[in-house]
Write a protein that binds this ligand. Structure first.
Ligand code: GLN
Ligand code: ZN
Length: 763
């Protein structure tokens, strides 16, 4: 009998109940009890929704982050919060956010504000966790109260509970040593706490524990491989059975290591690595459970159930009750419920599965293996029909787009001339001063703007009125920028709620859900658009707004676009063609827009690639292949213009060292980047590489309301000029200003422009 189980369930709630409850609590608008009650209700509901599974995850619920929960469980709190007394939940939020609710009584009596925990991306997902902090002196101690309480709740509900924890090696690997000491040296201190935890769970009647070790799908050197052996030999004596879970990719050369760990079972991401399963079968000792993740936990497409069964049935014959089935990874990374979507196109909707629907698929597969396919004949037939409709749908397949993609060749991504020649033509035309000033695109999204946009979307405001409101905003920001004496202006992006959604809505091949939220961090969620078909651009998307802005002023206004790689990386993408092909299609659509802007007289066009780095594969050996097609897509989008047209790109992160050659290969005339917080150190990468084109290193952090001083900006730019020749430097903020108030933006930009003038005078 095949066991079916789940690795983790989205906790935010189908209607983002947890988000709203958290935010109300943080604002002091609701009580801690109300928050705790809501948490318990969500857990209860989510367990009920997983009914019919043989094992249900417990401990995957979190008020902020499962990695932070793990740090609390292991007693590994940053030094700065250790002395805290007061309510444990408030302390937990203090570590996560740097503060608890704004004015809880104990804030003044106790702890006040502290630095928030650093966040980083959980493997290659868009989920961000709070990075565990380590020192040479870090000690661990068990605090299992939270997990135990959830287990007790689950038991009371009659749930077949399988606690989920992060394994010791992954926990160390994803944390950060704050004193340059070797994290691995802590393993010895960490393992007894894990052993104690497992004993505690055994005493509570737990049979299986899922212990997540996704670090096994990355490249591990000998020390880390050894750590795995050490860790699991140490934990061998435990009375619970351990299911080591790996996901997000193939084990590859870690297959032997994983197969031979002294544990009761291993979970594999079979979606990403069906061949790897064959290898593993031969390595795995005959008593071990093999859990196969056959339903994709990272996308929103229906599974081809018949194909999976064709593949699984012989395996089930061979493995019998040792075969378990699950989604490939936790369902944290997909939206909760497709059924509540009311506005999705019915064709597209029939091809999709969110978390609840994925669990239904799992149940069907389980039943088919236990009772034969006949027992689920209707479900399989419906699945076959949906997939066939998708495969042949004219909504998905557009021959003109395929033809255009097949005509793509290298000259498409090639500028007419090399940078130096372009730069002199552009300089003659644009006549910008040295240290030209600009902004990254967006200006404050005021309540009035949001209000007009939502009224227009809901049909309560007609286009004429909407256009008038937006044009008034554009005019206001143009006048503001003229008064500030900025050199290159922007229209301010008032008409955009989101840099991907805005374009996705105007491209064919994209669909948008109403409730397809996925947790990004804490209470923050994103709603990725669904790229379901061949991408084409029915008509120009930005030209009217930009040309309106341009005719208000004699200064150049930048055309503002989102690049193909960012569109791709921030969307749910197709599983029926390589990402690179979808990216090329996006590139061709953006290219058409670029050329329309140029034709309309726009002299500078910025193509944002905020998410280029995010697409990097987990294994470094695969980076180059990704970078090659990603960069080529950008080049296709950008490089069809004449020499005189200046292409800008923007990236808001601060790690370029390892991808600088590819960044240079994009060949944008100007790149603006986020540097303020790194004190310009990140320009080292550009300096060492002798990056040839122009750079605008951000001179102030737009995440903070603080107004930067002139002196500080001058100082930063002087540091920049030590690394990059002054004639190739621009002066701009780190990123767009849409989350700020005008009352912050105006003085900040005034100081920025004044600083540029000081620099020019000194140059
Ligand atoms: N042009 C966008 C803006 O200014 C860029 C945003 C981003 O890089 N994330 O908002
Ligand atoms: Zn940015």
């Amino acid at each position: 009998m095949t066991t079916i189980h789940n690795l983790g369930f989205p906790r935010i709630g189908a209607h983002r109940e947890l988000k709203f409850a958290l935010e109300a609590y943080w604002k002091g608008e609701s009580s801690r009890d109300a928050l705790q009650t809501l948490g318990a209700q969500l857990r209860q509901q989510h367990w009920a929704q997983q009914a019919g599974l043989d094992l249900v995850p417990v401990g995957d619920f979190s008020f902020y982050d499962q990695v932070l929960d793990m740090s609390f469980l292991l007693g590994n709190l940053p030094e700065r919060v250790r002395g805290f007394h007061g309510d444990p939940l408030d302390n937990y939020f203090r570590v996560a956010r740097g503060r608890s609710a704004p004015s809880t009584e104990d804030d003044s009596a106790c702890c006040g504000n502290v630095a928030a925990g650093e966040m980083t991306k959980w493997f290659d997902t868009n989920y961000h966790y709070i990075v565990p902090e380590f020192h040479a002196s870090t000690e661990f101690s068990l605090d299992a109260a939270r997990l135990q309480a959830q287990l007790a709740e689950a038991k009371a509900q009659g749930v077949q509970a399988k606690p989920v924890i992060i394994g010791p090696v992954t926990y160390l690997a994803i944390g950060k040593s704050k004193d340059e000491s070797n994290k691995l040296a802590l393993l010895e201190r960490l393992l007894p706490v894990y052993a104690e935890l497992l004993d505690t769970l055994a005493a509570q009647g737990v049979e299986w524990v899922q212990i997540d070790e996704p670090i096994l799908v990355t490249e591990l050197d000998a020390d880390w491989q050894h750590a795995f052996n050490l860790a699991y030999h140490h934990l061998k004596a435990t009375k619970v059975k351990l299911l080591v879970a790996t996901y997000f990719g193939p084990l590859q050369d870690n297959a032997y290591l994983a197969a031979n760990l002294p544990v009761a079972g291993l979970h594999l991401d079979a979606v990403n690595d069906p061949q790897g399963v064959r290898t593993l079968l031969n390595l795995l000792s005959p008593h071990k459970v093999l859990s196969l993740g056959v339903i994709n936990g990272r996308n929103i497409w229906k599974t081809d159930l018949t194909a999976v069964l064709d593949w699984l049935e012989p395996l089930a014959q061979r493995l019998q009750e040792r075969l378990w089935l699950a989604p490939s990874c936790s369902l944290l990374h997909v939206p909760v419920d497709l059924d509540i979507e009311q506005r999705l196109d019915s064709d597209v909707k029939s091809w999709l599965a969110f978390a609840l629907q994925k669990l239904d698929e799992l149940r069907v597969l389980g039943k088919a293996l236990r009772q034969g396919r006949d027992a689920v004949r209707a479900e399989l037939a419906a699945n076959v029909a949906a997939l066939a409709a998708r495969r042949s749908s004219a909504r998905v397949h557009n021959p003109a787009v395929h033809a255009a993609v097949s005509r793509v060749d290298t000259h498409l991504g090639q500028r007419e001339s090399a940078y130096a020649r372009r730069a002199s033509k552009q300089a003659a035309l644009l006549r910008l001063p040295t240290y030209p000033t600009t902004t990254i695109g967006s200006f404050p999204q005021t309540a009035q703007i949001r209000h007009a946009r939502s009224a227009f979307k809901a049909g309560r405001m007609d286009f004429v009125e909407y256009q008038a409101v937006m044009r008034a905003e554009i005019e206001r920001s143009v006048r503001e920028q003229e008064a500030l004496d900025l050199d290159v202006l922007v229209h301010g992006e008032a008409e955009r709620n989101d840099m991907v959604e805005y374009f996705g809505e105007q491209l064919d091949g994209y669909a948008f859900s109403q409730f397809g939220w996925v947790q990004s961090y804490g209470s923050r969620c994103v709603k990725p658009p669904i790229l379901f078909g061949d991408i084409s651009r029915p008509k120009a998307m930005t030209v009217d707004w930009i040309t309106y802005a341009q005719q208000l002023t004699t200064k150049p206004v930048k055309g503002m676009l989102t690049g193909p790689v960012t569109m791709l990386n921030w969307s749910f993408v197709r599983d029926d063609q390589p990402r690179s092909v979808s990216c090329t299609q996006l590139a061709l659509a953006i290219r058409a827009e670029v050329l329309d802007l140029e034709k309309a007289g726009v002299r500078i066009i910025q193509i944002d690639e905020a998410a280029l780095r995010e697409g990097l594969p987990l294994r470094k050996t695969q980076w180059q292949e990704y970078l090659d097609w990603a960069v080529e897509s950008f080049r296709i989008a950008a490089n069809g213009v004449r020499d005189e047209t200046q292409i800008h790109t923007h990236m808001c992160y601060s790690e370029f060292n390892d991808i600088i050659a590819s960044i240079a290969d994009m060949d944008a005339d100007v790149i603006t980047i986020e540097t303020a917080r790194s004190d310009m150190e990140l320009l080292d990468a550009f300096e060492h590489f002798q990056y040839p084109n122009e750079i605008g290193p951000g001179v102030y952090d737009i995440h903070s309301p603080n107004v930067p001083t002139q002196e500080r900006i001058v100082q930063l730019m002087q540091k920049a000029a030590e690394r990059i020749p002054a004639e190739r430097l621009w002066v701009n903020p780190d990123c767009g200003l849409k989350t700020r108030q005008w009352s912050e933006v105006t003085p900040a930009l005034a100081n920025m422009v004044a600083a540029a003038k000081i620099l020019r005078a000194g140059a």
